[in-house]
Design a protein. Sequence first.
Length: 92
Amino acid sequence: MAVSQPANFNETWSDKRIESFLAFQPPAGESADFHTLYNAYKHMRDSDFSIFLEHFKAAGRDIHALNGWGLSLLDIVKTHAQSQAFADLLSA
């Protein structure tokens, strides 16, 4: 099966696209703030994630939000070998 849209890893994200992640809705029972942070982490480069965190904090959202297992995004990111830049951003 052919890929319908090729990946573009060097694309510049606009502020509007980055801010759109603030509107992500969580599944029932999950923290909205954790869900939003996790999705941004999964889909953004560290440079875009840095901008996202500025918007996230400005909106009064909780960077220390926990998932259903009591883990913060920083707890999870620290277990990923190539995510030091994200861990640094979350720790700042």
